[in-house]
Design a protein around this ligand. Structure first.
Ligand SMILES: Cc1ncc(COP(=O)(O)O)c(C=O)c1O
Length: 400
């Protein structure tokens, strides 16, 4: 029987874990560990699925655009690959990201920028770039952008005061009951319009991103977000585009179903097609997360009291989501070994109590020097990694 995460390009074949047509154990032997491997083909397929869903909902051709949220993974070969596919543009959230995307082949007018708490220096750097697509996320940003006379049309990031994220995970919500720093609230809307008018800026886009990791069960909450956003959109006769953010999730555990993109796009159709608005979407997770594998080596295997610990050669600092956001990355042995599965806790090599990859998961017996992979390591892993305990070393490979 196949495991919940198995698919054509990530599966066991003759007892060996295969990823992107390679034997994972061979990758580890040749290139070492810890290493991230990214499948270019899987990324293209993920983008293709989004295009198909949006096209099928009536947003064909120029009526939609996919911007890849590069904060999820900024590995230069991956960005250049994306540019050459022509399948997407970029969502960036710092001047440094913008300049990195440009160095990987994107033009400023292929980059949508949305960020918070920007400095004078940030605004200066950004305003030099011809055609950069700017979404202002505060009154202050509208004023600063206006003062630099940079671009006559802008987007505004709004905060609808409701949000959506992976089931009950407050940490993944950017908007909701708790007041957040993101976007312009209803109470600020009049002032935002006034400021834009004062600087002669036309508000052409409305942008919202209210949370991460949502799957099919969260779609009613996502529709509620859209309904709240219509309050803003319908008052702006100059709006041509709605950027619905990212946040589309992928399964992390066996009870997660993949996001139903048909239903997702249907919600967009219901609300935006008749309003004749172009749709932009800026996912990170959905495009690259399940296209990445973190390949590790088992160091020690030891039972302490009732718990069998498998200690590997990288810790939470290389992929923080399991420890920080409680998003488990399923460990998968590179070789299917016969024998009863044993309840195992996979831990890293960092002296922190939260350095646990996965608690109490049934795994076949593991031995020192075995190869073990973590799936879903393509997003918010290498990009968020740190050198904590000076254990920040890793390698990255794009598999074409
Ligand atoms: C403004 C904005 N857009 C897009 C994204 C991408 O989100 P995700 O990777 O969940 O799709 C983020 C992530 O936090 C974001 O802050």
């Amino acid at each position: 029987m196949n495991a919940w995460w198995e698919r054509g390009d990530l599966c066991f074949s003759n007892g060996l874990l295969m990823f992107a047509d390679r034997i994972v154990e061979d990758l580890a032997r040749q290139y070492g560990s810890p290493s991230f491997f990214y499948s270019a083909r899987r990324i293209s397929e993920n983008i293709g699925r989004l295009h198909t869903a949006l096209g099928g909902a009536g947003f064909g051709g120029n009526l939609h655009r996919v911007n890849y949220a590069m904060k999820a993974n900024r590995f230069a070969p991956l960005l250049t690959f994306l540019k050459t596919t022509g399948l997407c543009m970029i969502d960036a959230c710092s001047p440094q990201e913008v300049e990195h995307a440009i160095s990987c082949g994107f033009r400023p007018d292929e980059i949508s920028f949305t960020a918070t708490s920007l400095s004078d220096r940030d605004f200066d750097r950004l305003s030099r770039l011809d055609g950069l697509i700017m979404n202002c996320d505060s009154l202050y940003a509208i004023q600063q952008w206006g003062e630099r006379g940079a671009g006559r049309s802008i987007g505004i990031r709004i905060n609808p005061a409701v949000g959506v994220g992976r089931a009950q995970n407050e940490l993944l919500q950017y908007s909701g009951g708790r007041t957040t720093k993101f976007g312009i609230y209803r109470e600020q809307f009049e002032e935002a319009r006034g400021l834009a008018a004062r600087y002669g800026l036309t508000i052409e886009r409305v942008h919202f991103h209210t949370g991460c990791g949502y799957l099919t069960p969260q779609l009613p909450a996502w529709e509620k977000v859209i309904e709240e956003c219509l309050w803003f959109i319908d008052q702006l006769e100059t709006v041509k585009t709605v950027n619905v953010g990212g946040g589309l999730g992928v399964p992390h555990v066996d009870r997660d179903e993949p996001l139903d993109l048909g239903l997702w796009a249907g919600i967009l159709k219901n609300h935006f097609l008749s309003r004749k608005l172009k749709i932009e979407v800026e996912p990170g997770d959905y495009l690259v997360k399940d296209a990445g594998l973190l390949v590790l080596t088992v160091n020690q295997v030891e039972k302490k009291k009732d718990t069998l610990f498998v200690g590997v050669d990288a810790g939470f600092n290389l992929a923080v989501e399991p420890a920080v956001y409680g998003l488990p990355f399923q460990p998968v042995p590179a070789r299917r070994r016969e024998g009863d599965e044993i309840r195992t806790t996979v831990v890293g090599n960092i002296n922190e109590a939260l350095d646990i990859w996965y608690s109490d998961i049934p795994l076949p017996p593991m031995r020192s020097r075995d190869c073990l992979s973590l799936i879903n390591a393509g997003a918010y892993s290498s990009s968020m990694s740190s050198n904590h305990c000076m254990r920040g070393e890793f390698k990255e490979y794009l598999l074409l």
